[in-house]
Design a protein around this ligand. Structure first.
Ligand SMILES: Cc1ncc(C[n+]2csc(CCOP(=O)(O)OP(=O)(O)O)c2C)c(N)n1
Ligand code: SF4
Length: 253
């Protein structure tokens, strides 16, 4: 096989998921959103539910996720995705419904919608991309920003005395009776990507059994907001984010 034949899409060993469109994503190099999109698409393809899935898109860097995954979508106002997903799922209970939200969207402006959807046990999946910062708007402090972490609005580092403590949404929702599956994952290494994909698959599959709300946090990088290279961002995440946001299942019933 010559080089031209090798690079033809049909001859590649690893094929792109058919659920992903051919539109190039707008994410910065080293951003976790692209990998997270890829595994959500693969899960939908592997479960054979492309025509039955409805995603609810957030406000944040992933606001254009509806351009990248070829499924039905609904855009929600900032933070309101779990409320919109509730309405969709109740009207169309046979559909697989999920939200995809950043930490600014889910843990700041959307805290109430998140907590109450989880408390009601809405039969949806929530995918929560926690990069500890408001990426889209210029790297401001989020409720999830670590103590001491520098952002554009706390250039000397977050001071919990004045700015409060970083919030662990995943731990909070694990305590609610409405959640059936709560887990914290990452996508920075192949083994983690595999585990995260399994978790997302479970979150979708749980809907078939009407078990309640599945919540998958993905501890993520924002290389631009953190002002680090892609490699440095992964290292920084391992050294600083994981000790505070430890990976693993918090609840699985
Ligand atoms: C009602 C409202 N308030 C504020 C904003 C501005 N805004 C847009 S995105 C965003 C934060 C997004 O951060 P996050 O959810 O963490 O996503 P990321 O960009 O990091 O992926 C904010 C505050 C808005 N669009 N609408
Ligand atoms: S600003 Fe951050 S979250 Fe947004 S695309 Fe860039 S790296 Fe990703």
């Amino acid at each position: 096989m010559n080089i031209k034949e090798i690079i033809r899409p049909e001859n590649r060993v690893a094929q792109k998921s058919k659920v992903l469109t051919n539109i190039p994503t707008h994410y910065c190099p080293g951003c976790s959103h692209g990998v997270a999109h890829k595994i959500v698409a693969e899960v939908i393809e592997e479960l054979g539910i492309q025509s039955e899935t409805i995603g609810v898109a957030p406000v944040g860097c992933s606001v254009f996720i509806y351009k990248y995954l070829d499924i039905d979508w609904h855009e929600a106002a900032h933070g309101r995705a779990p409320a919109v997903a509730t309405g969709i799922k109740r009207l169309l209970p046979e559909r697989y419904v999920f939200t995809y939200q950043g930490d600014g969207d889910l843990a700041a402006i959307g805290t109430a919608e998140t907590i109450h959807a989880c408390n009601r046990g809405e039969n949806i999946a929530i995918i929560y991309i926690n990069n500890g910062i408001y990426g889209m708007t210029g790297g401001q402090m989020a409720p999830t920003t670590l103590a001491g972490m520098k952002t554009s609005t706390c250039p000397f580092g977050r001071d919990p005395k004045t700015a409060g403590n970083p919030i662990k949404m995943t731990d909070l929702v694990a305590h609610l009776d409405g959640t059936c599956y709560v887990t914290r994952q990452s996508v920075h290494k192949p083994a983690n990507i595999k585990r995260c994909k399994k978790a997302i698959k479970k979150a979708f599959a749980n809907q078939k059994e009407n078990k309640g709300t599945s919540f998958v946090e993905i501890v993520s990088t924002c290389s631009s907001g953190w002002k680090l290279s892609p490699v440095e961002a992964n290292q920084w995440m391992e050294e600083n984010m994981f000790p505070f946001y430890p990976l693993g299942d918090l609840k699985d019933i």
